[in-house]
Ligand binder design. Structure first.
Ligand SMILES: CC(=O)[C@@H](O)[C@H](O)COP(=O)(O)O
Ligand SMILES: NCC(=O)COP(=O)(O)O
Length: 237
């Protein structure tokens, strides 16, 4: 069973574009859970260009499924996660100016740092996951950090799959197999979509959770637009 955690960053991006509260991110989180999502993911960035730190607090009482907070563990982020105590924290080594997450951790070079922050989160009862490229050495390094899970960075798979290269799944299969053997839980995310998710799921052993935002929100627009146009036309009669 693979859990679907919906990343609601894009809802905050849309809200922020007008400065008001439409769409409301808390309402959206409530709705996706009502529709069956098994988790809510947010990835606040230091510039708060989409999800704001305040959103992370506002969501806490409303997320009754798994609450996953992703981000680079700078002191402000660590303090917030320790205060909120979500189900899971996913550590991502993103730079301040990154358009979106674009690389996994070097778990070997950053071992001491990761061990320290992971211990702190686990001491506080928060499950940990670290974002990694599909590289066997990084799985072994991840094991040494003490993390509960890894999140496989799926951008390369999604891109290649879109070009028709199904073999691009192979490094992910190998990493999932090794992680299962090492006792690391396997999550995955980035650019997963309705097009590629079934193939990914059926090939990755022990896939515990996927977090999906950009494509899911875009697909919701496409699949919902017919309904909304009809509703406007009704009201304009
Ligand atoms: C780690 C990861 O892949 C996602 O959290 C993704 O980076 C979402 O962040 P943005 O919504 O800022 O692109
Ligand atoms: N961890 C990945 C995530 O939360 C969503 O990434 P994306 O679907 O917005 O690319």
């Amino acid at each position: 069973m693979t859990k679907l955690s919906v990343n609601i960053n894009k809802i905050a991006t849309l809200r922020n574009s007008r400065g008001g509260d439409l769409p409301n991110v808390v309402q959206f989180a409530k709705d996706v859970q009502r529709f069956g999502a098994e988790g809510v993911t947010i990835h606040p960035r230091p510039d708060e260009r989409h999800i704001r730190y305040q959103d992370a607090y506002d969501l806490k009482p409303e997320v009754y499924t798994e609450y996953n907070i992703e981000g680079n563990p700078i002191p402000k982020f660590v303090d917030m996660v320790l205060e909120i105590k979500p189900t899971q924290v996913t550590l991502v080594p993103d730079s301040v100016d990154a358009l979106t997450s674009n690389a996994g951790w070097d778990t070997i070079k950053n071992k001491d740092f990761l061990v320290e922050v992971i211990q702190e989160f686990k001491r506080n009862g928060i499950r940990t996951s670290i974002f990694v490229d599909p590289d066997l050495k990084q799985m072994e390094g991840a094991k040494e950090t003490g993390t509960d899970r890894i999140e496989l960075y799926t951008e390369a798979f999604a891109h290649q799959y879109g070009l028709g290269n199904k073999e691009a799944i192979q490094p992910y299969v190998a990493c999932a197999e090794l992680s299962n053997k090492l006792g690391l839980g396997v999550n995955a995310g980035h650019d997963l979509s309705l097009d590629n998710i079934h193939y990914f799921k059926e090939n990755i052993p022990g896939l515990l959770e996927v977090s999906i935002g950009h494509a899911l929100v875009s697909e919701s627009l496409y699949l919902g637009v017919e309904n909304v146009i009809q509703m406007y036309l009704q009201r304009l009669k």
